[in-house]
Design a protein around this ligand. Structure first.
Ligand SMILES: Cc1cc2nc3c(=O)[nH]c(=O)nc-3n(C[C@H](O)[C@H](O)[C@H](O)COP(=O)(O)OP(=O)(O)OC[C@H]3O[C@@H](n4cnc5c(N)ncnc54)[C@H](O)[C@@H]3O)c2cc1C
Length: 448
Protein backbone atom coordinates (compact mmCIF):
# COMPACT_ATOMS: atom_id res chain seq x y z
CA UNK A 1 0.00 0.00 0.00
CA UNK A 2 1.31 3.47 -0.93
CA UNK A 3 1.86 5.61 2.17
CA UNK A 4 4.32 8.18 0.84
CA UNK A 5 4.49 9.64 -2.66
CA UNK A 6 6.93 12.05 -4.29
CA UNK A 7 5.74 14.21 -7.18
CA UNK A 8 7.95 15.88 -9.72
CA UNK A 9 6.46 19.24 -10.71
CA UNK A 10 4.06 21.65 -8.98
CA UNK A 11 2.01 22.47 -12.08
CA UNK A 12 -1.74 21.85 -12.07
CA UNK A 13 -1.28 18.09 -12.61
CA UNK A 14 1.24 17.52 -9.81
CA UNK A 15 -0.73 19.73 -7.43
CA UNK A 16 -4.09 18.14 -8.25
CA UNK A 17 -2.69 14.64 -7.71
CA UNK A 18 -1.02 15.79 -4.49
CA UNK A 19 -4.23 17.41 -3.27
CA UNK A 20 -6.35 14.30 -3.80
CA UNK A 21 -3.68 11.96 -2.37
CA UNK A 22 -3.16 14.13 0.70
CA UNK A 23 -6.92 14.01 1.36
CA UNK A 24 -6.62 10.19 1.32
CA UNK A 25 -4.03 10.48 4.09
CA UNK A 26 -1.03 9.71 1.88
CA UNK A 27 2.11 11.72 2.68
CA UNK A 28 2.93 13.92 -0.30
CA UNK A 29 6.23 15.63 -1.19
CA UNK A 30 6.17 17.77 -4.35
CA UNK A 31 9.45 18.96 -5.90
CA UNK A 32 9.38 21.98 -8.20
CA UNK A 33 12.42 23.51 -9.83
CA UNK A 34 10.73 26.90 -10.19
CA UNK A 35 10.47 29.31 -7.26
CA UNK A 36 6.67 29.41 -7.48
CA UNK A 37 3.88 26.90 -8.06
CA UNK A 38 1.63 26.60 -11.12
CA UNK A 39 3.91 25.54 -13.98
CA UNK A 40 2.37 26.76 -17.24
CA UNK A 41 -0.64 27.99 -15.26
CA UNK A 42 1.32 30.22 -12.88
CA UNK A 43 1.01 33.98 -12.50
CA UNK A 44 4.12 36.14 -12.35
CA UNK A 45 3.94 39.16 -10.07
CA UNK A 46 6.16 42.21 -10.60
CA UNK A 47 5.51 45.27 -8.47
CA UNK A 48 1.77 46.09 -8.66
CA UNK A 49 1.35 44.10 -11.85
CA UNK A 50 0.92 40.49 -12.83
CA UNK A 51 0.80 38.45 -16.02
CA UNK A 52 0.34 34.77 -16.89
CA UNK A 53 2.11 32.61 -19.44
CA UNK A 54 -0.51 33.83 -21.89
CA UNK A 55 -3.63 34.76 -19.88
CA UNK A 56 -5.38 31.55 -18.86
CA UNK A 57 -9.06 31.01 -18.10
CA UNK A 58 -10.60 28.08 -16.34
CA UNK A 59 -13.49 26.29 -18.04
CA UNK A 60 -14.93 22.82 -17.94
CA UNK A 61 -18.02 20.81 -18.75
CA UNK A 62 -17.37 18.62 -15.71
CA UNK A 63 -19.33 19.66 -12.61
CA UNK A 64 -16.94 17.90 -10.19
CA UNK A 65 -13.96 19.79 -11.57
CA UNK A 66 -15.79 23.14 -11.64
CA UNK A 67 -16.90 22.65 -8.02
CA UNK A 68 -13.40 21.61 -6.97
CA UNK A 69 -11.86 24.77 -8.46
CA UNK A 70 -14.55 27.19 -7.27
CA UNK A 71 -14.40 25.57 -3.83
CA UNK A 72 -10.81 26.82 -3.55
CA UNK A 73 -12.08 30.39 -3.15
CA UNK A 74 -14.07 32.04 -0.36
CA UNK A 75 -15.67 34.31 -2.92
CA UNK A 76 -15.35 32.42 -6.19
CA UNK A 77 -14.44 34.01 -9.51
CA UNK A 78 -17.55 34.91 -11.53
CA UNK A 79 -18.37 33.13 -14.80
CA UNK A 80 -18.19 35.02 -18.07
CA UNK A 81 -18.28 34.10 -21.74
CA UNK A 82 -14.89 34.11 -23.40
CA UNK A 83 -14.66 36.15 -26.57
CA UNK A 84 -11.97 34.85 -28.90
CA UNK A 85 -11.40 36.08 -32.45
CA UNK A 86 -9.11 35.77 -35.45
CA UNK A 87 -7.80 39.13 -36.58
CA UNK A 88 -7.53 38.75 -40.34
CA UNK A 89 -7.00 41.50 -42.91
CA UNK A 90 -8.18 44.13 -40.43
CA UNK A 91 -11.38 42.22 -39.50
CA UNK A 92 -12.34 40.15 -36.50
CA UNK A 93 -13.45 36.64 -37.56
CA UNK A 94 -14.92 33.83 -35.43
CA UNK A 95 -12.51 31.53 -33.64
CA UNK A 96 -12.31 28.68 -34.49
CA UNK A 97 -12.95 29.60 -38.11
CA UNK A 98 -16.61 28.98 -38.89
CA UNK A 99 -18.69 28.82 -42.02
CA UNK A 100 -20.24 32.13 -40.87
CA UNK A 101 -16.80 33.81 -40.86
CA UNK A 102 -15.98 32.48 -44.28
CA UNK A 103 -19.32 33.30 -45.86
CA UNK A 104 -20.09 36.63 -44.23
CA UNK A 105 -17.02 38.10 -42.51
CA UNK A 106 -14.13 37.47 -44.92
CA UNK A 107 -15.79 39.36 -47.78
CA UNK A 108 -18.05 38.12 -50.59
CA UNK A 109 -15.23 37.29 -53.01
CA UNK A 110 -13.22 35.28 -50.51
CA UNK A 111 -16.41 33.56 -49.28
CA UNK A 112 -17.33 32.50 -52.83
CA UNK A 113 -13.83 31.20 -53.57
CA UNK A 114 -13.78 29.29 -50.29
CA UNK A 115 -17.19 27.70 -50.97
CA UNK A 116 -16.21 26.61 -54.53
CA UNK A 117 -12.86 25.31 -53.36
CA UNK A 118 -14.54 23.41 -50.52
CA UNK A 119 -16.99 21.75 -52.93
CA UNK A 120 -14.13 20.76 -55.23
CA UNK A 121 -12.29 19.15 -52.31
CA UNK A 122 -15.43 17.19 -51.41
CA UNK A 123 -15.48 15.61 -54.88
CA UNK A 124 -11.71 15.27 -55.31
CA UNK A 125 -10.25 14.70 -51.82
CA UNK A 126 -6.52 15.35 -51.41
CA UNK A 127 -5.65 12.31 -49.28
CA UNK A 128 -8.50 10.40 -47.68
CA UNK A 129 -6.43 9.23 -44.71
CA UNK A 130 -6.26 12.80 -43.39
CA UNK A 131 -3.23 11.97 -41.28
CA UNK A 132 -1.58 15.36 -41.65
CA UNK A 133 -2.83 18.89 -41.04
CA UNK A 134 -2.38 19.50 -44.77
CA UNK A 135 -4.71 16.70 -45.90
CA UNK A 136 -7.22 17.30 -43.10
CA UNK A 137 -7.49 21.04 -43.80
CA UNK A 138 -7.75 20.67 -47.59
CA UNK A 139 -10.41 17.93 -47.39
CA UNK A 140 -12.49 19.67 -44.75
CA UNK A 141 -12.11 23.33 -45.75
CA UNK A 142 -10.80 23.30 -49.35
CA UNK A 143 -7.60 24.56 -50.95
CA UNK A 144 -8.48 28.25 -50.79
CA UNK A 145 -8.85 28.34 -47.00
CA UNK A 146 -5.92 25.98 -46.60
CA UNK A 147 -3.56 28.25 -48.57
CA UNK A 148 -4.84 31.57 -47.31
CA UNK A 149 -5.47 30.61 -43.72
CA UNK A 150 -4.65 27.19 -42.23
CA UNK A 151 -1.20 26.78 -43.76
CA UNK A 152 0.26 30.23 -42.91
CA UNK A 153 -1.26 30.24 -39.41
CA UNK A 154 -0.24 26.67 -38.54
CA UNK A 155 3.29 27.03 -39.90
CA UNK A 156 3.80 30.39 -38.21
CA UNK A 157 2.78 28.79 -34.93
CA UNK A 158 4.47 25.39 -35.10
CA UNK A 159 7.49 26.35 -37.24
CA UNK A 160 6.86 23.05 -39.03
CA UNK A 161 5.33 22.35 -42.48
CA UNK A 162 1.65 21.28 -42.39
CA UNK A 163 2.61 18.16 -44.37
CA UNK A 164 4.82 17.09 -41.43
CA UNK A 165 2.28 17.73 -38.67
CA UNK A 166 -0.23 15.14 -37.56
CA UNK A 167 -3.88 16.19 -37.91
CA UNK A 168 -3.98 15.55 -34.14
CA UNK A 169 -2.27 18.95 -33.86
CA UNK A 170 -5.70 20.48 -34.54
CA UNK A 171 -7.79 19.95 -31.41
CA UNK A 172 -11.04 18.07 -32.06
CA UNK A 173 -10.10 17.86 -35.75
CA UNK A 174 -12.47 14.91 -36.16
CA UNK A 175 -15.48 17.15 -35.56
CA UNK A 176 -14.28 20.43 -37.02
CA UNK A 177 -15.04 21.11 -40.68
CA UNK A 178 -16.70 23.62 -42.95
CA UNK A 179 -19.77 21.38 -43.11
CA UNK A 180 -19.95 20.94 -39.33
CA UNK A 181 -19.68 24.65 -38.62
CA UNK A 182 -22.33 25.27 -41.26
CA UNK A 183 -24.56 22.79 -39.39
CA UNK A 184 -23.69 24.55 -36.16
CA UNK A 185 -24.73 27.83 -37.69
CA UNK A 186 -28.11 26.34 -38.53
CA UNK A 187 -28.68 23.92 -35.66
CA UNK A 188 -26.39 25.04 -32.81
CA UNK A 189 -25.17 21.44 -32.15
CA UNK A 190 -22.73 19.41 -34.26
CA UNK A 191 -23.38 16.08 -32.59
CA UNK A 192 -24.43 14.83 -29.21
CA UNK A 193 -21.14 13.13 -28.30
CA UNK A 194 -18.90 15.59 -26.48
CA UNK A 195 -18.23 19.14 -27.55
CA UNK A 196 -16.63 20.46 -30.65
CA UNK A 197 -13.86 23.01 -30.16
CA UNK A 198 -16.46 25.66 -30.95
CA UNK A 199 -18.80 24.52 -28.19
CA UNK A 200 -15.90 24.30 -25.74
CA UNK A 201 -15.05 27.90 -26.55
CA UNK A 202 -18.61 28.80 -25.58
CA UNK A 203 -18.37 27.38 -22.03
CA UNK A 204 -18.38 29.96 -19.23
CA UNK A 205 -14.87 30.84 -18.09
CA UNK A 206 -13.47 31.87 -14.71
CA UNK A 207 -10.46 33.99 -13.83
CA UNK A 208 -9.43 34.65 -10.20
CA UNK A 209 -9.01 38.35 -9.31
CA UNK A 210 -5.42 37.89 -8.12
CA UNK A 211 -4.28 35.98 -11.21
CA UNK A 212 -4.76 32.49 -12.58
CA UNK A 213 -1.91 31.26 -10.40
CA UNK A 214 -4.20 31.68 -7.37
CA UNK A 215 -5.77 28.30 -8.25
CA UNK A 216 -2.39 26.56 -7.88
CA UNK A 217 -1.43 28.59 -4.81
CA UNK A 218 -4.68 27.61 -3.07
CA UNK A 219 -4.20 23.92 -3.90
CA UNK A 220 -0.62 24.05 -2.55
CA UNK A 221 -1.97 25.53 0.70
CA UNK A 222 -4.43 22.65 1.10
CA UNK A 223 -1.66 20.10 0.52
CA UNK A 224 0.43 21.77 3.22
CA UNK A 225 -2.55 21.86 5.56
CA UNK A 226 -2.88 18.10 4.97
CA UNK A 227 0.73 17.68 6.16
CA UNK A 228 2.19 17.47 2.64
CA UNK A 229 5.08 19.64 1.44
CA UNK A 230 5.79 21.62 -1.72
CA UNK A 231 9.55 22.04 -2.09
CA UNK A 232 10.25 25.02 -4.36
CA UNK A 233 13.58 25.66 -6.06
CA UNK A 234 14.28 21.91 -6.05
CA UNK A 235 15.27 20.46 -9.41
CA UNK A 236 14.98 16.68 -9.59
CA UNK A 237 18.15 15.30 -11.18
CA UNK A 238 17.79 11.55 -10.68
CA UNK A 239 15.13 8.84 -10.24
CA UNK A 240 15.94 5.22 -9.44
CA UNK A 241 14.10 2.09 -8.40
CA UNK A 242 15.15 0.39 -5.17
CA UNK A 243 14.50 -3.15 -4.07
CA UNK A 244 10.89 -3.96 -3.19
CA UNK A 245 9.65 -1.43 -5.77
CA UNK A 246 10.47 1.61 -3.62
CA UNK A 247 11.73 4.69 -5.43
CA UNK A 248 14.41 7.29 -4.79
CA UNK A 249 14.68 10.79 -6.19
CA UNK A 250 17.79 12.92 -6.13
CA UNK A 251 17.29 16.66 -6.22
CA UNK A 252 19.33 19.80 -6.16
CA UNK A 253 18.47 22.56 -3.72
CA UNK A 254 20.64 25.69 -3.48
CA UNK A 255 23.59 23.82 -4.94
CA UNK A 256 23.26 20.86 -2.59
CA UNK A 257 22.45 17.34 -3.77
CA UNK A 258 19.77 15.66 -1.63
CA UNK A 259 17.71 12.46 -1.76
CA UNK A 260 14.29 11.24 -0.74
CA UNK A 261 12.79 7.75 -0.84
CA UNK A 262 9.09 7.03 -1.30
CA UNK A 263 6.66 4.27 -2.25
CA UNK A 264 5.70 5.85 -5.56
CA UNK A 265 6.70 8.68 -7.93
CA UNK A 266 4.52 10.79 -10.19
CA UNK A 267 6.46 12.73 -12.79
CA UNK A 268 4.89 15.64 -14.67
CA UNK A 269 8.14 16.70 -16.35
CA UNK A 270 8.51 16.48 -20.14
CA UNK A 271 9.18 12.88 -21.19
CA UNK A 272 12.69 13.51 -22.54
CA UNK A 273 13.66 15.01 -19.18
CA UNK A 274 12.18 12.06 -17.27
CA UNK A 275 14.10 9.56 -19.43
CA UNK A 276 17.31 11.53 -18.98
CA UNK A 277 17.15 11.39 -15.18
CA UNK A 278 15.89 7.81 -14.93
CA UNK A 279 18.45 5.19 -13.82
CA UNK A 280 19.43 2.74 -15.15
CA UNK A 281 19.46 4.42 -18.52
CA UNK A 282 16.81 3.30 -21.06
CA UNK A 283 17.74 1.41 -24.25
CA UNK A 284 19.07 3.56 -27.14
CA UNK A 285 15.86 3.23 -29.21
CA UNK A 286 13.76 4.54 -26.29
CA UNK A 287 16.14 7.47 -25.77
CA UNK A 288 16.02 8.16 -29.51
CA UNK A 289 12.21 8.25 -29.37
CA UNK A 290 12.33 10.61 -26.40
CA UNK A 291 14.58 12.93 -28.44
CA UNK A 292 12.05 12.84 -31.32
CA UNK A 293 9.21 14.19 -29.16
CA UNK A 294 9.52 17.92 -29.59
CA UNK A 295 8.00 20.75 -27.56
CA UNK A 296 7.42 24.25 -28.85
CA UNK A 297 8.58 27.04 -26.55
CA UNK A 298 6.77 30.29 -25.89
CA UNK A 299 7.83 33.80 -24.94
CA UNK A 300 5.23 36.25 -23.73
CA UNK A 301 5.88 39.98 -23.85
CA UNK A 302 3.73 42.17 -21.60
CA UNK A 303 3.45 45.90 -22.29
CA UNK A 304 2.15 48.23 -19.57
CA UNK A 305 0.05 51.08 -20.94
CA UNK A 306 -2.69 53.51 -19.98
CA UNK A 307 -4.74 52.51 -23.03
CA UNK A 308 -7.95 50.61 -22.27
CA UNK A 309 -10.26 48.37 -24.31
CA UNK A 310 -7.73 47.86 -27.06
CA UNK A 311 -9.22 44.67 -28.48
CA UNK A 312 -12.73 43.81 -29.43
CA UNK A 313 -12.36 40.47 -27.58
CA UNK A 314 -10.39 38.69 -24.82
CA UNK A 315 -7.79 37.23 -27.18
CA UNK A 316 -7.19 37.58 -30.89
CA UNK A 317 -5.16 35.17 -33.02
CA UNK A 318 -3.25 36.78 -35.87
CA UNK A 319 -1.66 35.82 -39.16
CA UNK A 320 1.61 37.14 -40.58
CA UNK A 321 2.63 38.97 -37.45
CA UNK A 322 5.70 38.42 -35.21
CA UNK A 323 3.31 37.01 -32.59
CA UNK A 324 0.36 34.63 -32.93
CA UNK A 325 -1.94 35.89 -30.16
CA UNK A 326 -2.67 39.19 -28.45
CA UNK A 327 -4.65 39.83 -25.27
CA UNK A 328 -5.12 42.52 -22.65
CA UNK A 329 -4.92 41.62 -18.97
CA UNK A 330 -7.74 44.00 -17.93
CA UNK A 331 -10.10 41.70 -19.83
CA UNK A 332 -9.15 39.00 -17.30
CA UNK A 333 -8.65 40.89 -14.05
CA UNK A 334 -8.76 44.61 -13.39
CA UNK A 335 -6.28 44.01 -10.56
CA UNK A 336 -3.51 42.94 -12.98
CA UNK A 337 -2.20 46.53 -12.91
CA UNK A 338 -3.15 49.73 -11.11
CA UNK A 339 -6.44 51.52 -11.83
CA UNK A 340 -5.68 53.49 -14.96
CA UNK A 341 -3.32 50.93 -16.44
CA UNK A 342 -3.61 47.82 -18.60
CA UNK A 343 -1.14 45.20 -19.82
CA UNK A 344 -1.15 44.12 -23.46
CA UNK A 345 0.38 40.66 -23.93
CA UNK A 346 1.69 39.15 -27.15
CA UNK A 347 2.61 35.47 -27.39
CA UNK A 348 5.51 34.40 -29.59
CA UNK A 349 5.96 30.64 -30.14
CA UNK A 350 9.57 29.74 -30.97
CA UNK A 351 12.20 27.03 -31.06
CA UNK A 352 14.18 26.67 -27.87
CA UNK A 353 17.59 28.33 -28.20
CA UNK A 354 16.42 30.31 -31.25
CA UNK A 355 17.23 34.02 -31.45
CA UNK A 356 13.63 34.76 -30.35
CA UNK A 357 14.01 32.56 -27.27
CA UNK A 358 17.25 34.30 -26.35
CA UNK A 359 16.04 37.84 -27.09
CA UNK A 360 15.54 40.28 -24.23
CA UNK A 361 12.31 42.21 -23.71
CA UNK A 362 13.56 45.39 -25.42
CA UNK A 363 14.55 43.44 -28.55
CA UNK A 364 11.21 41.63 -28.62
CA UNK A 365 9.41 44.93 -28.23
CA UNK A 366 11.33 46.29 -31.24
CA UNK A 367 10.31 43.21 -33.24
CA UNK A 368 6.59 43.58 -32.39
CA UNK A 369 5.87 47.29 -32.08
CA UNK A 370 5.66 48.22 -35.79
CA UNK A 371 3.04 45.60 -36.42
CA UNK A 372 1.14 46.54 -33.23
CA UNK A 373 1.11 50.20 -34.35
CA UNK A 374 0.03 49.38 -37.92
CA UNK A 375 -2.93 47.39 -36.63
CA UNK A 376 -3.83 50.31 -34.36
CA UNK A 377 -3.47 48.34 -31.11
CA UNK A 378 -0.69 50.25 -29.38
CA UNK A 379 2.14 52.66 -30.29
CA UNK A 380 5.68 52.85 -28.97
CA UNK A 381 4.93 55.93 -26.87
CA UNK A 382 1.92 54.24 -25.25
CA UNK A 383 4.16 51.69 -23.50
CA UNK A 384 5.54 52.47 -20.01
CA UNK A 385 7.12 49.19 -18.97
CA UNK A 386 7.86 45.74 -20.37
CA UNK A 387 7.49 42.25 -18.84
CA UNK A 388 8.87 39.02 -20.23
CA UNK A 389 7.90 35.44 -19.40
CA UNK A 390 9.31 32.29 -20.99
CA UNK A 391 8.06 28.70 -21.10
CA UNK A 392 10.49 26.17 -22.59
CA UNK A 393 7.93 23.34 -22.96
CA UNK A 394 4.64 25.07 -23.77
CA UNK A 395 3.23 22.86 -26.53
CA UNK A 396 3.84 19.19 -27.41
CA UNK A 397 4.48 19.09 -31.18
CA UNK A 398 2.39 16.38 -32.83
CA UNK A 399 4.65 15.51 -35.76
CA UNK A 400 3.15 12.85 -38.01
CA UNK A 401 5.31 10.09 -36.46
CA UNK A 402 4.91 11.19 -32.83
CA UNK A 403 2.51 8.37 -31.87
CA UNK A 404 5.11 5.67 -32.65
CA UNK A 405 7.71 7.34 -30.42
CA UNK A 406 5.21 8.01 -27.66
CA UNK A 407 4.04 4.37 -27.65
CA UNK A 408 7.67 3.15 -27.38
CA UNK A 409 8.32 5.39 -24.38
CA UNK A 410 5.06 4.47 -22.66
CA UNK A 411 5.88 0.79 -23.20
CA UNK A 412 9.27 1.26 -21.58
CA UNK A 413 7.88 3.17 -18.57
CA UNK A 414 5.53 0.25 -17.84
CA UNK A 415 8.62 -1.60 -16.56
CA UNK A 416 8.48 0.68 -13.51
CA UNK A 417 5.76 -0.49 -11.16
CA UNK A 418 5.99 2.54 -8.88
CA UNK A 419 6.35 5.36 -11.41
CA UNK A 420 3.84 7.15 -13.61
CA UNK A 421 4.22 10.05 -15.99
CA UNK A 422 1.20 12.38 -16.02
CA UNK A 423 0.19 15.81 -17.33
CA UNK A 424 0.48 17.85 -20.49
CA UNK A 425 4.22 17.32 -20.99
CA UNK A 426 4.36 14.07 -19.00
CA UNK A 427 1.81 12.39 -21.28
CA UNK A 428 2.68 14.44 -24.35
CA UNK A 429 -0.97 15.27 -24.78
CA UNK A 430 -2.76 18.59 -25.38
CA UNK A 431 -4.75 19.15 -22.27
CA UNK A 432 -6.47 22.07 -20.69
CA UNK A 433 -6.50 22.58 -16.95
CA UNK A 434 -9.73 20.66 -16.42
CA UNK A 435 -8.45 17.55 -18.18
CA UNK A 436 -5.12 17.69 -16.29
CA UNK A 437 -7.10 17.81 -13.04
CA UNK A 438 -9.50 15.08 -14.06
CA UNK A 439 -6.69 12.67 -14.97
CA UNK A 440 -4.71 13.49 -11.83
CA UNK A 441 -7.79 12.97 -9.61
CA UNK A 442 -8.62 9.68 -11.36
CA UNK A 443 -5.08 8.41 -10.88
CA UNK A 444 -5.07 9.41 -7.19
CA UNK A 445 -8.47 7.81 -6.56
CA UNK A 446 -7.35 4.50 -8.08
CA UNK A 447 -3.95 4.30 -6.37
CA UNK A 448 -3.80 1.68 -3.64
C1 LIG B 1 0.00 29.78 -23.70
C2 LIG B 1 -0.89 28.77 -23.02
C3 LIG B 1 -2.19 29.14 -22.68
C4 LIG B 1 -3.03 28.21 -22.07
N1 LIG B 1 -4.29 28.62 -21.73
C5 LIG B 1 -5.11 27.76 -21.10
C6 LIG B 1 -6.40 28.18 -20.68
O1 LIG B 1 -6.80 29.33 -20.88
N2 LIG B 1 -7.19 27.28 -20.02
C7 LIG B 1 -6.79 25.99 -19.78
O2 LIG B 1 -7.55 25.22 -19.19
N3 LIG B 1 -5.55 25.57 -20.16
C8 LIG B 1 -4.70 26.42 -20.80
N4 LIG B 1 -3.44 26.02 -21.16
C9 LIG B 1 -3.01 24.63 -20.83
C10 LIG B 1 -2.52 24.54 -19.38
O3 LIG B 1 -1.61 25.59 -19.10
C11 LIG B 1 -1.79 23.21 -19.18
O4 LIG B 1 -2.56 22.14 -19.65
C12 LIG B 1 -1.47 22.93 -17.71
O5 LIG B 1 -0.98 24.08 -17.07
C13 LIG B 1 -0.41 21.81 -17.66
O6 LIG B 1 -0.13 21.49 -16.34
P1 LIG B 1 0.90 20.31 -15.96
O7 LIG B 1 1.02 20.30 -14.50
O8 LIG B 1 0.50 19.07 -16.64
O9 LIG B 1 2.28 20.74 -16.62
P2 LIG B 1 3.25 21.97 -16.29
O10 LIG B 1 2.46 23.18 -15.99
O11 LIG B 1 4.22 22.01 -17.43
O12 LIG B 1 3.98 21.53 -14.94
C14 LIG B 1 5.12 20.72 -14.91
C15 LIG B 1 6.01 21.25 -13.80
O13 LIG B 1 7.13 20.38 -13.65
C16 LIG B 1 8.25 21.18 -13.33
N5 LIG B 1 9.47 20.43 -13.64
C17 LIG B 1 9.90 19.97 -14.84
N6 LIG B 1 11.07 19.33 -14.72
C18 LIG B 1 11.39 19.36 -13.41
C19 LIG B 1 12.48 18.84 -12.62
N7 LIG B 1 13.48 18.16 -13.18
N8 LIG B 1 12.48 19.04 -11.27
C20 LIG B 1 11.45 19.72 -10.67
N9 LIG B 1 10.42 20.24 -11.36
C21 LIG B 1 10.37 20.05 -12.70
C22 LIG B 1 8.07 22.40 -14.20
O14 LIG B 1 8.83 23.50 -13.71
C23 LIG B 1 6.57 22.64 -14.10
O15 LIG B 1 6.25 23.51 -13.05
C24 LIG B 1 -2.58 26.90 -21.80
C25 LIG B 1 -1.27 26.53 -22.14
C26 LIG B 1 -0.43 27.45 -22.75
C27 LIG B 1 0.98 27.04 -23.12
Amino acid sequence: MVKHITILGAGITGLSAGWRLSVKGIKVDIFEEDTSVGGLAKTIHEGDCFIDIGPHSFFSDDKEIINAVLGLFKKGPQPKIRKVKFYYNGRYLDYPLTARSVLFQMGACSGLRAACSFLKARFFPFDRREETVESWAINNFGWHLYRSFFKPYTEQFWKTPCSELSSMAIPTHTRMSFINTLKLLLRQKVDKKGESLIEREMLPVYYPDAGFGEISENIARIIERNKGAVHLGCKVTGISELSGGRMRITYNHEGQQKEMESDYIISTAPLHILLKILAPSAAPDVLLSAGRLEYRSLVVLGMLTNKQNILNCDYAYLLDRPFNRISEMNGFSRYSSSDKENIVCVEIPCLIDSSTWKANKEDLFDICIDSLSKDGFIRRNDVKKLFLVKAPHAYPVYRKDYAVHLARIKGYLKNYKSLISLGRCGEFRYMDIDECMKRAFRFADNLE
